[in-house]
Design a binder for this molecule. Structure first.
Ligand code: AMP
Ligand code: MG
Length: 415
């Protein structure tokens, strides 16, 4: 079918870009927040600006090992001899005053002694007994780190909406802060649907498949730091599904389901979402993952993902993860850069839909190239495991010949 064609219910399928626009335009950050101890903030999103309560660094100090001197003593065109009158170490300063003709031995991080304004690095100063000889060409203030140079007191050290990683933890600690305010964790419930699904731990009956989607989603959501509510497998049975939906919507901010969302006889998800709430769209012109319903029941956002295991991950990464991040308070949302590289193999591609192939970037003769990672069927999860990127083929792209450039989106950073 073409892009923008009418579906069986008269509603149009939409492009991937339009689907992202709708989702990210509708969802809004949650209001709840909590104070947590600094280490517990790792992976959380700041709910308030972190404001510097002090200067960083707190004092003017030396950026190098060398000598603290007075720039007024130095000559523009000749050597100067200065008497070394003491030492300043990091954490143990020189308490006296550096007078005319004097210098103080100083180590990196040592507080600038009173009277001195410039650091001569030790490789440049020539030591001569208790004196040093300083050549010309030293700038006033050279190699001095100024108090407040990293952060002045009162400045916003980290803005609200920022994800706290290792650098942010260090920055918060450098301000002497023991706690920060973070958005509350997002509560995400999910269940798998399908009469054919068997839970792990028992042999398969004929026609059954093990439910893998709940484990994939568990992994993706756990990595994101969500509160997870695993509601198990729900059979393709309208009353049971309705109960599951109502329970999920009552306890979670977001509900993810897999399977049952296309137009097969046993596909009840979309109709149920429509009856219990509203559905913004349920078909996207992509492969894999064409049926994917987005909507809400009450205050709870609903994503009805396809059943095929690869389609679950594709739709999760392309449409769900940024929505979760926005609801969780992340601002701005991460860039999702596409890089263009040469594709080493030919790929068949239909026009009017965006395709996400599982790709493997590799280096050949100093150049990075990409090839499809294994068999591309939307049920073949191994392709996802062997891949390190998506090959993203746009709506207007036709077949790819070996040697053509294609867009790739790296898994690294995708979360
Ligand atoms: P559906 O979207 O329900 O028609 O499912 C599409 C395909 O994905 C079928 O082959 C299902 O058996 C398979 N599938 C659906 N849910 C799961 C699951 N939780 N784990 C593994 N395979 C699934
Ligand atoms: Mg099904």
């Amino acid at each position: 079918m073409d892009a923008g064609c009418s579906g069986a219910d008269g509603r149009k399928s939409i492009s991937a870009a339009e689907a992202r626009r709708i989702i990210l335009g509708r969802v809004q950050p949650l209001a709840g927040w909590e104070r947590v101890a600094i280490r517990a903030a790792l992976g959380r999103i700041l709910a308030e600006d972190v404001v510097a309560p002090c200067n960083v660094p707190a004092h003017d100090n030396s950026a190098m090992d060398g000598y603290a001197v007075r720039a007024d003593d130095l000559q523009a065109d000749g050597d100067v001899t200065l008497q070394v009158v003491g030492t300043a170490l990091a954490g143990r300063g020189f308490s006296g005053l550096v007078g005319p003709g004097q210098a103080v031995r100083i180590m990196t991080g040592g507080v600038m002694p009173a009277g001195a304004d410039t650091i001569v690095v030790q490789e440049v100063a020539r030591r001569d007994g208790t004196a040093i000889v300083v050549p010309p060409g030293i700038r006033r203030g050279q190699n001095v780190r100024r108090a407040g140079e990293d952060l002045a007191v009162g400045a916003v050290a980290l803005p609200r909406g920022k994800l706290v990683g290792p650098a942010e933890l260090g920055l918060v600690a450098s301000l002497g802060l023991a706690e920060v305010s973070v958005h509350r964790r997002l509560r995400v419930a999910f269940f798998s649907t399908g009469d054919e699904l068997a839970s792990i731990g028992r042999p398969l009956a004929p026609g059954e498949v093990y439910d893998s989607n709940r484990y994939t989603l568990y992994g993706a959501l756990a990595k994101l730091g969500c509160d997870i509510v695993d509601m198990g497998v729900v059979p393709d049975q309208p009353e049971t599904l309705e109960t599951a939906f109502r329970n999920a919507a009552a306890c979670a901010d977001v509900v993810l389901t897999t399977g049952g969302v296309s137009v097969g006889e046993a596909d009840f998800i979309r109709a149920l979402m429509q009856r219990l709430g509203e559905v913004s769209f349920w078909k996207i012109d992509i492969k894999p993952g064409r049926p994917m319903a987005f909507g809400r029941i009450g205050e709870t956002w609903m994503f009805g993902l396809p059943g095929n295991p690869v389609a679950v991950l594709v739709t999760y990464y392309q449409f769900v993860v940024d929505a979760l991040l926005k609801i969780a308070g992340l601002d701005p949302l991460p860039e999702r850069p596409l890089t263009r590289v040469i594709c080493s193999e030919a790929i068949r591609k239909l026009a009017n839909r965006r395709e996400f192939l599982r790709g493997r970037l590799f280096e050949e003769a100093g150049e990075w190239k990409v090839r499809p990672a294994g068999k591309q069927g939307s049920g073949i999860l191994r392709s996802m495991s062997e891949a390190n990127c998506f090959i993203v083929l746009d709506e207007n792209q036709g077949d790819v010949a070996a040697g053509d450039a294609v867009h790739v989106q790296l898994f690294d950073g995708l979360v």
